[in-house]
Design a protein around this ligand. Structure first.
Ligand code: NAD
Length: 519
């Protein structure tokens, strides 16, 4: 009977409290294989950004509940680490099948809580699914090294072993993909995991956790605790947590990096961005304009690989006309509407911040060639909508350029040469990604060599690598030295044990206290 009261978009039943049927549904924690109600007195509302409706409430997990989750993860570790890698992989095989089965349900939940269009929400799930597929091959990825006969009758080999309890802290902008960057890799390596979803859109994590359990992940291997700063600080401080994966803003990321490092933990921290595209005069017009518009305004600019700045080499005027024309034809609407190209931004505060930064651009002398601030979406008048916005004549000392806007705002700059354009990009503190659009191989090769960004696009705007590579942001966009997923992701979640063995009958040499050498 309860099931019918729960909107389909919210997923299954077990991760919601059953005691608050009249008020908004309260999201449960997952501790030791059970979805449990938090006793917390404070909650945060999860708000549909297209309507302001309260979708559910997230508890600020108590310290005792948090400790119980870590303790469950610690308890589950010994037997999980000794479960054959093939069995762990098989659970991932099953998980990828279940994610495909429930793709629509996941996407619907993302659109409801995060706001992006349904089509884009499918992409969010799919890019995460690819990491699950990647984790299915963990055994090959983990193969160690072996050198036979390093000395007389002695072999040395290395083994990759899991760390223990690992934790993941997620941002709001990819509610499925980013949790899936983390726990599938971590648990397939043999770790147990504590996931802290974004308090703004926890639903996809909850559905994924249900699917992971259905796929056969044993109790305690994946745990979920909700909350915000206090929960995050608890994760940084707890002595039984060995590693933290973080994706989000620089303020939170650098705080976590420092606080967790002080406790001896390893941290991989993917942070903010200001991704540039350089457009050369010889770039092919149509393909380039389409790419700029898609990468600038897709997901309402709330992607870590969104394009936020274009540097035109030479005269930008003809390009601007084409950009405005295309951006103008985009449909701003609730993500659940079939014709929507871009949905709302995540919150009222985010909208206010974006609008304020646009205004600083105008005040500092940039030209507002397209203003999306007053967009009205019929039927969704309360939504946090910002339409595509383009500022030209932007210079690098402007606040709108220095700050990450994280909204559907494209800044346009001009440079006289490729060298000058590269110099602009390299002076920016962020280094997630940068692209060049050109038909010249010489320009492209120079760009690839000279550009200081971790992910480089040549005639492609959003170079988010597939999971057999890694997500390699650099400069202020990343802290740590082992990136997410790919070989580096596996290395992050494992430590190396080196074994030296001797299996040979040797005549006794007597006791020697000299340093052993390989002769
Ligand atoms: P956010 O930093 O506000 O939140 C991320 C997580 O950190 C949340 O779980 C939140 O509860 C926690 N948190 C926030 N402030 C904290 C604090 N002061 N102390 C402790 N914990 C804190 O980020 P967001 O707004 O959810 O996400 C947007 C940001 O994420 C943007 O800067 C974007 O560029 C970045 N991002 C980066 C990547 C990447 O791969 N580089 C990917 C996605 C998003």
């Amino acid at each position: 009977p309860m099931k019918s009261q729960i909107p389909f978009a919210l997923g299954g039943i077990s991760h919601f409290s059953t005691t608050t049927q009249s008020s908004p549904l309260r999201v449960r924690n997952l501790i030791g294989g059970e979805f449990v109600d938090s006793q917390a007195s404070s909650t945060i509302d999860v708000i549909n950004p297209a309507t302001q409706e309260v979708v559910s409430q997230v508890p600020l997990t108590t310290n005792e509940e948090f400790k119980a989750a870590v303790s469950a993860a610690k308890q589950a570790f010994p037997s999980w680490r000794n479960t054959p890698i093939t069995s762990r992989q098989r659970i991932m095989f099953k998980l990828q099948e279940l994610i495909r089965r429930d793709m629509d349900k996941l996407a619907m939940n993302i659109t409801t809580e995060q706001g992006k269009t349904l089509k884009d929400a499918h992409g969010d799930v799919f890019r995460g699914l690819e990491v699950v597929e990647h984790a299915c091959g963990m055994a090959s990825l983990q193969m160690g090294e072996f050198v036979s006969n390093v000395s007389n009758g002695i072999d040395t080999y290395s083994i990759r072993e899991p760390l223990g309890v690992c934790a993941g802290i997620c941002p709001f902008n990819f509610p499925a993909m980013i949790p899936l960057w983390m726990f599938p890799m971590a648990v397939t390596c043999g770790n147990t995991f504590i996931l802290k979803p974004s308090e703004k859109d926890p639903g996809a994590s909850m559905i994924l956790a249900e699917l992971a359990m259905e796929a056969g992940l044993p109790s305690g291997v994946l745990n979920i605790v909700h909350g915000s700063n206090d929960t995050v600080n608890n994760i940084c401080d707890h002595g039984d947590i060995k590693a933290i994966s973080f994706v989000g803003s620089n303020t939170a990321g650098m705080h976590i990096y420092a606080r967790a490092a002080a406790k001896g933990k390893r941290v991989q921290s993917n942070m903010g961005a200001k991704n540039h595209a350089i457009v050369m005069p010889d770039a092919s017009t149509d393909a380039t304009l389409n790419a700029l518009v898609a990468a600038g305004f897709g997901a309402a600019g709330q992607r870590c690989m969104a394009l936020s700045t274009v540097v035109f080499v030479g005269d930008s005027k003809p390009w601007l006309e084409g950009l405005v024309e295309r951006a103008n034809s985009l449909k701003v609407n609730a993500g659940s509407e079939p014709d929507a190209d871009l949905g709302p931004v995540i919150s009222r505060q985010a909208k206010e911040r974006i609008c304020r930064l646009i205004q600083t651009g105008v005040a500092n002398g940039a030209t507002l060639v397209l203003d999306g601030r007053n967009v009205v979406v019929p039927g969704y008048e309360n939504g946090n909508f910002v339409g595509p916005t383009i500022l030209s004549n932007v210079t690098s000392n402007m606040e709108c350029y220095e700050e990450e806007i994280f909204g559907p705002v494209l800044l346009c700059m001009q440079a006289d040469s490729l060298e000058e354009a590269i110099d602009i990009v390299n002076k920016n503190k962020y280094g997630n990604g940068a692209s060049i659009f050109t038909t010249s191989g010489v320009a492209a090769r120079k760009f690839q060599n000279d550009i200081e960004a971790g992910q480089v696009g040549i005639n492609v705007p959003i170079p988010v690598p597939l999971p057999f590579f890694s997500f390699t942001g650099s400069k202020a966009s990343f802290a740590g030295d082992l990136n997410f997923y790919g070989k580096a992701g596996m290395q992050f979640y494992t430590q190396i044990k080196t074994v030296t063995q001797q299996w040979k009958d040797l005549p006794s040499q007597g006791v020697s206290l000299a340093m052993p050498t390989s002769q």
